[in-house]
Design a protein around this ligand. Structure first.
Ligand code: FAD
Length: 257
């Protein structure tokens, strides 16, 4: 099977986010594989081990994403591709990313593409479904179980805590949800092997794309942090006094009564 994983490098969820000049400040921040994409890598490896074939992990990003691609190789993926936009593009949005991925997949024989349900930083959840549409293949989102039998695919997907069963066929794009699997940690031999696995680097030029073809269709107007939480108030006195004060505060401060 030709198995592909869409992988995004994102902020570490433990990072404290700071904003400068209307942009998220990346200086000194730690980056990780988008956690939903770890489920995609794990499932891709399992599918390959069961059905044979090859797992290729693809990232649209900058040079630094090589680290996360090497981690995916250390987990067990066979090949990695970095479509490096660093020198060519200053701005990008979901349109840009999908347009680049579409061009990449144009001459590929694909059986299945696995992506994350959502990226934890910008969280639009658009890239998977939009790419499937452009490639004209079926798309099933938020999957929690997948079984491939020949060209038939049986899927369970998470629908707000309930399970929906979907049957479809290859070629296919799925987006992965928590609960699909437990992503493995790279083993030491895995890390050693990953250093020698192929990591191809492409630029948009190699995909016959011009800069104006991938110009973003959206513009981010502003990015800001939510207002800081005020310290809570502890009411004192006996219950009657506390109730009176609470009602008064709800009227005068919270203005909800
Ligand atoms: C040249 C360029 C410049 C950019 N500049 C900025 C910027 O200045 N500011 C900014 O905030 N954002 C920038 N971006 C990022 C871009 O706006 C979105 O982050 C990106 O399109 C993904 O959207 P999302 O985070 O909503 O992903 P979602 O649609 O939520 O992601 C869902 C899944 O899609 C896949 N996916 C998403 N992104 C990628 C990727 N890059 N490569 C491979 N798979 C992916 C993953 O499987 C992921 O789990 C830039 C992108 C490009 C290409």
């Amino acid at each position: 099977m030709n198995i592909y994983v869409l992988m995004k490098r994102t902020f570490d969820t433990e990072e404290k986010i700071s904003i400068g000049g209307g942009r998220i400040d990346e200086e000194g921040a730690e980056f990780i594989i988008n956690p939903y994409d770890e489920y995609a890598v794990e499932e891709a490896i399992k599918l390959r081990d069961e059905h044979g074939g090859e797992v290729t992990v693809v990232t649209v990003g900058e040079e630094d994403a090589e680290k996360q691609l090497r981690t995916a190789l250390a987990m067990g993926a066979d090949k990695a591709v970095l479509i490096n936009t660093e020198d060519d593009l200053e701005e990008g949005d979901q349109y840009t990313t999908v347009k680049i991925l579409e061009a990449y997949f144009e001459d590929k024989e694909v059986d299945i593409i696995l992506g994350g349900n959502v990226a934890i930083d910008e969280a639009s959840g658009q890239v998977g479904p939009r790419l499937a549409e452009r490639l004209d293949i079926p798309c099933v989102t938020t999957i929690t179980k997948i079984e491939v039998e020949g060209s038939e695919v049986h899927i369970e997907r998470d629908v707000e805590g309930d399970v929906e069963k979907v049957d479809t066929t290859l070629p296919l794009l799925v987006t992965c949800q928590q609960g699909l699997n437990e992503p493995r940690y790279p083993s030491l031999p895995g890390i050693m092997k990953a250093k020698k696995k192929p990591l191809e680097e492409l630029e948009i030029d190699d995909l016959d794309l011009e800069e104006d073809e991938v110009e973003p269709k959206t513009k981010t107007i502003d990015i800001f942090l939510p207002p800081e939480k005020q310290a809570g108030k502890v009411l004192e006195g006996d219950t009657d006094e506390q109730v009176k004060e609470l009602v008064s505060l709800l009227k005068t401060e919270a203005k909800v009564l």
